[in-house]
Design a protein around this ligand. Structure first.
Ligand SMILES: [Zn+2]
Ligand SMILES: [Zn+2]
Length: 347
């Protein structure tokens, strides 16, 4: 079958590889109908995730049709149309029992190398899905592939961030960072019917898209974003801030942009060891900082699908490029150069 494989750091290649097969009783074999390139595929590609073997398949956002299941799979059968979760929780640890799937210590990730389970990815014609009863979700025939595809990753990541921010109807919300996850956080936040959403970024294409999603674009190149947000909220700051960048200055801005007693929900991936938090300020202003960690896809994808079904979110609006799997290398180039915000590939 055709597949997009990791060749070396910064090099991918489309090539022929053996078609996967059922290996364990909990496996399903899924014939891919749509797959996408995710920002975290680039982390693998640039060597920020160690343990990637040359020749292994990339990709962890996918939809498809179940072609075969192992003897231990009870919830799926041949012919089911499914979306896959990027993460594969073990399903029976203390955390999984409490539906805290993203805290599962034994979770695996598609296309993420030997440290995360050595599972081939989904930018291919077929994918083997371990723990299929947990890692797959059936999709209503009323939804298109494009509508449901991001439920396995970026949209539900946005939902997780918005949910942890506990947005109430009428709240004001700031979203810092309008990359794909930030844009999905805006889509998800909308479903909670906030009053206003402010979208902070410096890239005009992202800000334009945030605006089409109904947010007020705050271009940090041309205005001082914190001042803008304070001015727009009578000096208070917004009720909720969704931090979708994962850098120290963004988190520092979040503490300035949130109102006293407000909530900061952090979905940006932080790797700095330290952050200087003024504890007297944090105490007096009573701010609540919640780190989401890796998003709880399997715990939240029912909520994500409900938002799409009732029309309160349309994550497919983020798609800028549709290509054949055979053009995936070009897709990576466009994504890397930020010409493409979201690329969907079809075999
Ligand atoms: Zn991803
Ligand atoms: Zn577990």
């Amino acid at each position: 079958m055709r597949a997009l494989v990791f060749k070396d750091f910064d090099a991918v290649e489309l090539t022929d590889v053996p078609k996967p097969a059922i290996e364990e009783p909990s496996d399903a074999l899924v014939k891919i109908t749509s797959t996408a390139i995710c920002g975290s595929d680039l982390h693998v590609l640039h060597g920020r995730i160690p343990g990637m073997t040359p020749g292994s398949i990339l990709g962890h956002e996918f939809m498809g049709i179940v072609e075969a299941v192992g003897a231990g799979v009870s919830r799926f059968k041949e012919g089911d149309r499914v979306v896959g979760s990027f993460m594969i929780p073990c399903g029976d640890c203390w955390f999984c029992d409490r539906r805290l799937f993203s805290r599962c210590p034994d979770q695996r990730v598609f296309g993420y190398g030997s440290f995360l389970g050595d599972i081939n990815g989904a930018q291919a014609e077929w994918v083997r899905v371990p723990n299929a009863d947990i890692a797959l979700h059936t999709i209503d025939p009323a939804l298109t592939d494009e509508q449901a595809l991001f439920v396995g990753d970026i949209f539900t990541t946005g939902v997780d961030c918005a949910a942890e921010g506990r947005i109430a109807e009428g709240d004001s919300v700031t979203v810092i960072g309008c990359g794909p996850v930030g844009l999905m956080a805006i889509q998800a936040a909308k479903a909670y019917r906030p009053g206003r959403i402010f979208a902070v970024d410096t890239v005009s294409q992202r800000l334009e898209m945030a605006q089409t999603f109904g947010a007020v674009a705050v271009d940090a190149n041309s205005v001082h974003a914190t001042t803008f947000i304070q001015d727009a909220t009578d000096g208070r700051g917004t009720d909720v801030v969704l931090e979708c960048v994962g850098l120290v200055p963004a988190l520092a801005d979040a503490t300035d942009m949130v109102r006293a007693g407000g909530r900061i929900s952090v979905i940006g991936v932080h790797s700095d060891p330290e952050f200087e938090l003024a504890l007297n300020m944090a105490f007096v202003r009573a701010i609540d900082i919640k780190f989401c960690g890796t998003a709880n896809i399997v715990g939240r994808w029912d909520d994500a699908l409900a938002m799409i079904k009732d029309g309160s979110a349309s994550p497919d609006e983020i798609i800028t490029h549709r290509m054949k799997l055979d053009d995936a290398v070009r897709g990576y180039e466009l994504f890397e150069s930020r010409e493409a915000l979201k690329v969907v590939l079809t075999p």
